[in-house]
Design a protein around this ligand. Structure first.
Ligand SMILES: Nc1ncnc2c1ncn2[C@@H]1O[C@H](COP(=O)(O)OP(=O)(O)OP(=O)(O)O)[C@@H](O)[C@H]1O
Ligand SMILES: [Mg+2]
Length: 259
């Protein structure tokens, strides 16, 4: 697949008159690994929710998000998968995770119960959950944070979306687990040919993972470009300040350090 998966034009989102995103223009190349960085409140989650069709109904949206390769309107969960910081919040605690992992596939691909069960088992295997058969009937509280994030990723990719978005999906995990989740995302994106939008506060993580970086400030996309270019010669003073604030991008982080 080549060309643009998404073309965002003049996208503005406001809540009760306050802008969360302002006139964002951005092409997301099919197969790209795009990191979206920016401080808290800069509009990163709003961008992801816009692309996933998950903005609250009261949000005022202007502009367009086009999917050039799609001859129908994009479907939430079918064309986009979204993984959040707190995977437990995405799952129902009293329903076995196996049923929840395959729910998107059941809904969008019309799978029957047996096929959905089989798919859920395969997905849990793909995200490297030990003993996937047993995991199918287990509940959220029986998994560690890292395992649960893997299961959330399995659920997000169940309907084989073209776009996988991870919104601070590794922020609550310790560094070792964080690295393993990033490796999993890379593996899945490579094998499935998905496009990845990776939202993070962590510039070092963004620079390791992404081929393209977009920088948001106060809802404005102030810079976008190939990772190397943005890191080596940022065009915008704000990006420069963000880079300067990272004392040493290559410094090893302590295991267990929160980010
Ligand atoms: N549902 C909402 N109602 C009102 N304001 C909102 C809503 N969602 C987001 N905002 C506001 O829009 C702006 C952008 O928020 P957003 O959550 O997109 O930022 P963010 O970059 O994801 O921040 P963080 O790094 O803290 O997650 C913020 O000022 C936020 O308060
Ligand atoms: Mg956010």
């Amino acid at each position: 697949m080549s060309g643009n998966l998404l073309e965002i034009r003049g996208l503005s989102v406001s809540h009760a008159g306050a802008f969360a995103l302002r006139a964002v223009d951005l092409d997301i190349h099919a197969g790209a690994k795009l990191a979206v960085i920016g401080e808290s409140g800069s509009g990163k989650t709003t961008l992801a929710l816009s692309l996933a069709g998950l903005l609250p109904p009261e949000a005022l949206v202007e502009g367009r998000v086009d999917w050039p390769g799609l001859d129908r309107a994009p479907l939430t969960g079918r064309d986009t998968g979204l993984v959040f910081q707190d995977p437990a919040a995405s799952f129902n605690p009293v329903i076995p995770v196996g049923e929840q992992v395959a729910e998107g596939a059941r809904r969008h691909l019309g799978l029957g119960r047996k096929a959905a069960h089989e798919l859920a088992r395969n997905l849990l295997e793909r995200v490297h959950i030990p003993d996937p058969e047993a995991a199918l009937t287990a509940y959220v509280h029986q998994f560690s944070g890292g395992q649960l994030q893997r299961i959330a990723i399995a659920a997000a990719i169940a309907a084989r979306p073209r776009l996988l978005m991870a919104d601070e999906a590794t922020s609550a995990l310790d560094t070792v687990v964080q690295a393993s989740i990033v490796a999993l995302l890379e593996e899945l994106v490579r094998e499935e040919g998905m496009t990845l939008v990776f939202i993070t506060h962590d510039l070092a993580l963004a620079s390791n993972l992404a081929d393209t970086i977009a920088v948001l400030k106060d809802g404005i996309l102030v810079e976008t470009g190939p990772t190397d270019q943005v890191l080596v010669s940022p065009a915008h003073p704000y990006t420069r300040r963000l880079l300067d604030a990272q004392i040493d991008l290559s410094a090893p982080r302590l295991v267990g350090e929160a980010c």
